[in-house]
Design a protein around this ligand. Structure first.
Ligand code: HEC
Ligand code: HEC
Length: 452
């Protein structure tokens, strides 16, 4: 009887925690028609009010790579060409920040597949911090995000791109664009710019006051929905039938990637090389998956205290270190890797750093070295093997990897993350395969570039 009531109060506590989290991260604007998603989540149903109808009349073929499925679109934000075009302006609009210095595009650069090349991006300066806060996590790439069943590294509550956009715009922890409680001010800034009036009237025809926070968010989400990337060498060889587009080495690498030895494909699979992809023809009930790939094994906290993964949202120990598996498309330009940017190349090889620039470092050179480190991480079973292995090829201890304990974290899936043999040839082939996922057209497609 007693145990039961403790369990019940734990359940209640969790529900309270979840609703607090929701009011922090999704409910800031109280967008009424998105609330249905929130209460579904509280019940653990995770049913989405999304279907194909939101995208019915849209000419997807203009954007969709060959062989790619049509994504789902929320019913309450049907996609149109006009919204996509307006959204592009707003994505790069610096007026959408507290001090007019940053936009979404300030942490999401097109030439880097909409990442930013640094481990932790910095938000705008605000009253508590004249330099701007560093985000605890690495900027995620933005392509094929229309297929995400959840947004961000670890927030299972963020279902739609509309919900996600509220975070960087109006969130206060961390401060990204610095507009916490400043919705009216933003609306007025956009209202006072005559060029936006026409764009909003076209995108939201028939609305009396088309310039609203809700419509800003709807347009940015629509723009992100067409950021498709699917024209890499790998795609040419698979979806487009041009077998010779993929080098023999990349082909061997793909086979190793898809083997029960390396196990990569279990978590990085499907059209987007992650396991939380859904689209028009997937069932409405999605069980998003989060994994702890054994980056850290710190006694007591397992993962660094500011990055506990899914546990931060659910409070459950078994979710410690759980992150959404990232897509591996364009991974040749999205270093530094992992949720905290902790796997990178040496500074002298990093074209984003002064040391690398003076050395003539290239994106490919840095990616090759950093991906090699990712592969070493996996082949030694993450932190589950002995400490001696956690050294750089030069023999020095990598400071990004606090090697404190050999006991695996209970939250690591040790059936998939465990040591496996990988010789030099296999490693090189795997890197060739990962580099074959770069879509050069996407990185310079003028439809996605900064219009200002
Ligand atoms: C200060 C840098 C910064 C700014 C500004 C910023 N982002 Fe991000 N973005 C990030 C980081 C960091 C993450 C990972 C967040 C996390 O996991 O907590 C992210 C994640 C995302 C994701 C999730 C992608 C996925 O695959 O799950 C989307 C979508 C996104 N951002 C869109 C936007 C939009 C839209 C804006 C502007 C309204 C924006 N971002 C502004 C840094 C930024
Ligand atoms: C158990 C699931 C799982 C398996 C198996 C797995 N990964 Fe991952 N992978 C993840 C997760 C989760 C992350 C993000 C982890 C984090 O940041 O804490 C990740 C991150 C990565 C990244 C960094 C990408 C980025 O943009 O930051 C690369 C590259 C990668 N994995 C490649 C591989 C390869 C190659 C294999 C096979 C050798 C593999 N993964 C096996 C789940 C997995």
């Amino acid at each position: 009887m007693e145990i039961k009531s403790i369990k019940q109060s734990a359940k209640l506590m969790q529900a309270i925690l979840l609703s607090v989290y929701l009011s922090m991260s999704c409910g800031i604007l109280g967008i009424g028609d998105e609330k249905a998603d929130d209460s579904d989540l509280l019940l653990g149903l995770a049913l989405l009010s999304m279907n194909q109808s939101g995208g019915n009349n849209f000419n997807w073929s203009e954007y969709l790579p060959q062989g790619f499925p049509i994504p789902r679109v929320p019913d309450n934000n049907p996609i149109t060409k006009e919204k996509v075009e307006l959204g592009r302006f707003l994505f790069y609009e610096k007026k959408l920040s507290g001090n007019n210095t940053k936009s979404c595009g300030s942490c999401h650069f097109q030439n880097l597949a909409f990442t930013d090349g640094v481990p932790h991006p910095q938000g705008v300066a605000h009253s508590g911090n004249s330099e701007g806060d560093f985000h605890p996590r690495n900027s995620q790439p933005l392509f094929n995000v229309a297929y995400n069943s959840r947004q961000t590294w670890n927030n299972i509550l963020l279902v739609t791109l509309e919900q996600q956009a509220e975070g960087p715009l109006f969130g206060d922890n961390p401060v990204e664009l610095g507009l916490f409680k400043r919705e009216e001010e933003v609306r007025e800034k956009i209202l006072s710019d005559p060029s936006y009036r026409e764009l909003f009237s076209k995108a939201f025809p028939g609305e009396k006051e088309p310039i609203s926070i809700r419509n800003i968010i709807r347009s940015i989400a629509s723009f992100q929905r067409v950021l498709f990337s699917g024209n890499s060498a790998f795609d040419k060889a698979t979806y487009q039938g041009n077998r010779s587009a993929l080098s023999p080495a990349a082909r061997r690498g793909f086979n190793f990637f898809s083997s029960e030895i390396a196990e990569c494909f279990h978590c990085h699979d499907g059209v987007n090389f992650n396991d939380s992809t859904f689209h028009e023809n997937t069932s409405a009930r999605i069980e998003p998956l989060y994994h702890n790939n054994a980056l850290y094994n710190i006694p007591g906290t397992g993962n660094p205290s500011n990055n506990q993964g899914l546990k931060e949202v659910t409070g459950e120990e078994r979710h410690r270190g759980g992150m959404k598996a990232p897509s591996l498309r364009n991974v040749g330009v999205t270093f530094p890797y992992m949720h905290d940017g902790s796997i990178n190349c040496d500074p002298a090889n990093n074209p984003h750093l002064p040391a690398g620039q003076s050395n003539g470092a290239t994106l490919e050179g840095c990616a090759r070295q950093a991906l090699g480190r990712v592969l070493d991480h996996y082949s030694r079973g993450g932190f589950n093997s002995t400490c001696a292995a956690y050294t750089t090829p030069g023999g020095t201890r990598n400071p990004d990897f606090p090697c404190l304990s050999d006991t695996p974290q209970i939250t690591v899936d040790t059936t998939l993350i465990r040591p496996f043999p990988m010789n030099a040839q296999e490693k090189e082939d795997l890197i060739e395969f990962l580099l074959s996922l770069t879509d050069e057209n996407f990185l310079k497609d003028p439809r996605f570039s900064d219009p200002f």
